[in-house]
Design a protein around this ligand. Structure first.
Ligand code: FBP
Length: 554
């Protein structure tokens, strides 16, 4: 494999780990736990894995011996920086527990388990991937592991390879399924433990015990670097408004974190849009008013950050999308027979008056995206809707109207961007390299202690890594019942931006100032070598949350 100079130097980086994971480790078990809600129902669904205690690993004195273990690992869902280090930590962890242990990777996500595609991850393979971005060591996939038939097929290969524990590295859905699998294998006495690891750049797999999902730190730093570069360009030529859409399928954690890092003129937060029942028109007017105010001060430039999922948080758009989904699911063939140039009018004619009016007001391109791009479940793929172009165009139209009444005097030229894939496979920051390695190493200790249905957890991560707290959280503890595909299902509760949380409040307290005054911060690229205050900083979100917790606990 050809490597860049940085890759070669970075390969020898030794991730920092909690001091309790070094040397002799002892397990400490807390009180029995409960799910976040719907306790009775969740307990019924998970009789074998419900109510287990939270686990913390502490320094031990007595060296125990463990038999060798064969462990399987799966990468599930979207890529996130640091996945390779979870696998490296897991490998080093099981080897330190017993040097005869072996690690097998299932290829291209859960499909690898079901279809029996795997490879042994030897020391030689692992060394090629230490501290690198991407999931390419074994690849990832989005197949959902949720049927008994899949579980049984998987068990055949697990038994063949003598694998006694499976580690699933994934987001909220994949970890929910990991728990269902753990419960099933325990119930049938399969002799296979299942451990989850919290992954997603979206940052929406977090709770009291899981501070952050891995990859969020690096992805946000990559986006903030390029947004900062654009801000500087923007402040140099002073002639463009940049509309920047940021990945994050649903929750706005990425947009909020980037806003805290770069201090843009505008950042839309989907959760606030929903809470205030805002319409598309309200968002357009909000942006147009700021553009007009800046123009009045002679500033015909600025930066707008838009979370990827905002469209679905606009209550009226949500209703429109729901009606479109349902209508097109039933009349797909008929719709496809309509001439392209007549499709828009066809839809306007078929929708309810309220939704028809909204649909008719959308620019041609977005109206088309709403009807054409559908996922395998028949839903509009909101991530493909070019919200940044939609808003830039609609704000331009609004400003033209305002110009007529004298409410706006200025020039409005736009550039649009979408940052998502650029950050998902970046080389992990020190934070993610350390955090991921520790998560993998912790998973190995959970396996050695015979645990199943747990998520690997590493906390206190705003402190130096040596002080981090490693352990395990029962996955059932994070669950509640949610309506999915028409029925109630047990799922890990997704974490959205809390409007009363300290990170959002910090943003809200500053945004009017950032809107009118140009207060840009230019974070620059992630640094891998250098002083700790440059290389090891966690996200602003995490820092602000921890500062508030510390204040409240005084
Ligand atoms: P995960 O939740 O699986 O980690 O994926 C997150 C994400 O990166 C979203 O931010 C984005 O909307 C989506 O994946 C894109 O999916 P795909 O890689 O299938 O295009």
């Amino acid at each position: 494999m050809n490597k860049s100079a940085l890759q070669r130097a970075r390969a020898s980086y030794m991730p920092k780990v909690p001091k309790t994971l070094k040397g002799i480790v002892k397990i400490q078990e807390g009180e029995p736990t409960q799910s976040v809600s719907d306790q009775e129902a969740i307990q019924k669904l998970f009789p074998n894995t419900y109510g287990m205690p939270i686990i913390t690993f502490v320094k031990g004195t007595e060296r125990k011996t463990y038999p060798p273990m064969n462990v399987g690992v799966i990468l599930s869902g979207g890529q996130a920086p640091g996945g390779h280090n979870v696998i490296a930590g897991l490998f080093d962890g099981i080897k330190s527990i017993n040097s005869q242990s072996r690690l097998f990777g299932f290829i291209l996500g859960p499909d690898g388990l079901i279809e029996h595609h795997y490879m042994e991850l030897t020391g030689e393979v692992i060394d090629e991937y230490r501290n690198t971005g991407g999931f390419d060591i074994i690849g990832s996939g989005r197949t959902k592991l949720e049927d008994k038939d899949q579980f049984d097929k998987g068990l055949v290969i697990l038994k063949q390879l003598n694998i006694s524990a499976l580690v699933i590295i994934g987001g909220d859905d994949s970890n929910t399924n990991a728990c269902v699998l753990a419960e099933y294998y325990k119930q049938i006495g399969a002799g296979v433990q299942v451990i989850g690891c919290p992954k997603t750049i979206d940052g929406d797999l977090k709770n009291e015990m899981i501070e952050t999902s891995f990859g969020f730190d690096t992805a946000c730093k990559v986006y903030s670097e390029v947004i900062g570069n654009i801000q500087r360009d923007c402040n140099s030529s002073r002639k463009y408004w940049h509309f920047i859409k940021l990945m994050g399928r649903s929750a706005s954690h990425i947009a909020l974190e980037c806003a805290l890092q770069v201090q843009p003129n505008i950042c839309i937060i989907s959760e606030e849009v929903e809470a205030k029942n805002q319409s598309l028109d309200d968002i357009v007017q909000y942006i147009a008013d700021i553009v007009a105010k800046r123009a009045a001060n002679g500033n015909n430039f600025g930066i707008v950050l838009i979370p990827e999922g905002v469209i679905e948080f606009i209550p009226a758009m949500k209703k429109l999308i729901a009606e479109l989904n349902e209508y097109l699911a039933k009349h797909d063939n008929e719709f496809k027979r309509i001439k392209r140039s007549h499709q828009r009018d066809y839809i306007i004619d078929k929708l309810s008056p309220e939704n028809s009016k909204i649909y008719a007001s959308l620019p041609e391109t977005v109206a088309r995206q709403l009807t054409l791009e559908r996922d395998p479940h028949g839903n509009v793929q909101v991530s493909l809707i070019e919200t940044e172009k939609l808003l830039a165009e609609m704000v331009g139209n609004r400003l033209a109207e305002m110009k007529k009444t004298g409410a706006y005097v200025g020039k409005f030229s736009t550039q649009t961007h979408f940052f998502g894939y650029e950050g998902r496979c970046a080389a992990p920051s020190n934070y993610d390299a350390d955090y991921c390695y520790s998560l993998g190493y912790t998973a190995a200790s959970l396996i050695a202690e015979g645990k199943t249905g747990y998520m690997s957890s590493v906390r206190n991560t705003t402190a130096p890594a040596s002080e981090w707290i490693a352990g395990g959280v029962p996955i059932t503890m994070m669950m509640n019942l949610e309506r999915r595909h028409g029925g109630l299902k047990p799922v890990i509760r997704k974490a959205y931006v809390k409007l009363d949380g300290a990170p959002f409040r910090t943003f809200a307290a500053n945004r009017d100032d950032w809107a009118l005054n140009t207060e840009y911060v230019y974070p620059g690229p992630i640094q891998y070598f250098g002083p700790t205050e440059v290389c090891d900083q966690p996200t602003k979100t995490l820092q602000i949350e921890h500062e508030e917790q510390a204040k409240n606990s005084k």
